[in-house]
Design a protein around this ligand. Structure first.
Ligand SMILES: [Zn+2]
Length: 491
């Protein structure tokens, strides 16, 4: 009985129970998202000459991220999401956009790629986390993407690559927000064709600028700048071995020998960074590798082989335990994780997957008790990481009343994660509180970019209201979202 795997891709479908009737193809969404980099423009100097105002960039970015949640598998595991955001912010803090509100996302995809969206949204495919050989390598991709945003490359792309693709994207977002899948599909057709066209024509100057600024960020944030040319060189040689598998990253951020030598040259000016503490990186890499692997038994065997060779580091043992659990070998996983917990009694990550394994093994009481202890202990320390794991387990085991306040707390700490709201909708629904269930469903659709559908849910909730206060609150919410829908339509 698989209970707690909602954070894993195969059960992600649960998190999106009400998909658009005709979802757009994943491929179009992807190529669109990748088309963020256009260059070989004559003038890189006029940073201020953006076609997009900051406000427009923010609206566009927010809308893109929200509506893309329907078709791009964003990782919602709070540990992984927290990790990529800490890493991203460490780089952002030393950039010229320090203090601005950026968002970093992981996308469950084993193709090497990353993209940036206006408004400070940066998405990294899990493949970059799992295939980096050091944290600095992962950081070099993030730093490169941050630099595309700080230099307004994407906005300038709109300026230079003409009005039509900008209009098409605006139309797409409006269509998706209005709940019209067909209109969105049509808009996608236009934008995709024109963007792919330009994607092949422009590029190098922006890439060089993003590399050069990225290297500076790496050095300032205490990462090893050398990692950038090293990672890119490996990507390039891998793409040569198998041309059909050329990482998407190379296509969307054209990578040439010249570009790599230029960055290698630039890196020489920077001091080598001191040795890094990579413990969190390695653990999260193992979590992404074992938790999001397409071929789970291969990953399990790889970890087993590592352990046999004597590589008994925490991340290897953790990855092995998690891979066993993912393969349904719960008893074996329990042995590995119990030993691991003995050796690392204060490691929250280990405790989380150990409890998860118990729940999946059908040992509901044991799993819940372990999570509850951890939840209480971590809350005392002011750490809310465990909240959503515990609430998730409570909802799935129909302990809805207990889950509801914890879900509210989790939402107060992270109000942009749609998954939390759909859990809350389920918990309220099962306790018979339809008003709040519809309301939570509305939030879920709102955060997923389908504003029209969100408004429908709020209106359903509105009918069930019994107090003036509730009516006023919901009425105001409906008005706000209607306003936002208008803004998106007019982008
Ligand atoms: Zn790039």
């Amino acid at each position: 009985m698989k209970l707690l795997n909602l954070f894993n891709p195969r059960l992600r479908t649960y998190a999106n129970p009400v998909l658009l009737a005709a979802t757009l193809s994943f491929a179009s969404a992807n190529s669109w998202a990748q088309a963020d980099h256009f260059d070989q423009l004559p003038d890189l100097g006029s940073n201020a000459a953006n076609f997009l105002s900051d406000y427009e960039a923010e609206q566009l970015g927010k809308s893109f991220i929200r509506q893309s949640r329907y078709r791009i598998p964003y990782v919602s595991d709070p540990e992984l999401v927290g990790y990529i955001n800490r890493l991203g912010n460490r780089l952002l803090d030393v950039s010229e956009d320090a203090g601005k509100d950026y968002h970093f996302y992981l996308i469950d995809n084993n193709v090497i790629n990353a993209f940036a969206v206006p408004g400070g949204h940066i998405a990294i495919h899990t493949a970059i986390l799992t295939k980096s050989e050091s944290e600095s390598e992962l950081a070099s991709v993030v730093a490169h993407e941050i630099s595309h945003v700080t230099q307004s490359h994407i906005s300038r792309k709109f300026e230079n690559s003409q009005y039509d693709s900008w209009l098409a994207i605006g139309a797409l977002l409006a269509a998706a927000a209005s709940g019209s899948a067909e209109a969105a599909q049509a808009a996608f057709g236009v934008s995709q064709a024109s963007i792919i066209d330009r994607q092949l024509t422009f590029s190098r100057a922006y890439e060089t600028e993003a590399d050069s600024l990225g290297i500076r960020l790496l050095s300032r944030a205490g990462f090893d700048p050398q990692a950038m040319p090293v990672f890119f060189k490996r990507l390039l040689s891998e793409s040569r071995i198998s041309e059909s598998h050329a990482p998407e990253f190379i296509r969307s951020h054209p990578l040439t020998i010249n570009r790599i030598s230029e960055s290698a040259e630039r890196v020489r000016a920077y001091p080598r960074a001191p040795v890094q503490d990579q413990s969190e990186f390695l653990l999260m890499q193992a979590k992404a590798t074992a938790g999001y692997a397409k071929d789970k038994s291969v990953v399990r065997d790889r970890y087993a082989a590592q352990l046999k060779l004597g590589n008994t580091s925490l991340p290897n043992r953790y990855g092995y335990g998690m891979a066993l659990a993912e393969n349904g070998e719960f008893d074996q996983a329990r042995k590995v994780l119990t030993e691991l917990e003995k050796d690392y009694p204060n490691n929250v990550s280990v405790k989380l997957i150990k409890a998860d394994n118990e729940l999946n093994a059908g040992e509901i009481n044991t799993g819940l008790a372990e999570l509850k202890d951890l939840y209480i202990e971590q809350n005392k320390l002011g750490n809310h990481l465990v909240d959503i794991y515990y609430a998730n387990a409570l909802v799935l085991t129909k302990n809805n009343q207990e889950a509801i306040p914890i879900l509210h707390q989790a939402i107060a700490n992270n109000k942009d994660e749609p998954y939390f709201h759909i859990l809350l909708a389920r918990a309220y629904g099962e306790t018979g509180d339809n008003l709040r269930s519809y309301q939570a469903r509305g939030e879920y659709h709102y955060l997923s970019g389908n504003y029209a559908f969100a408004i429908k849910q709020y209106k359903r909730a509105f009918i069930l209201t019994s107090t003036e206060y509730e009516r006023a609150r919901l009425g105001a919410r409906i008005e706000d979202v209607e306003k936002e829908l208008e803004i998106v339509k007019n982008l």
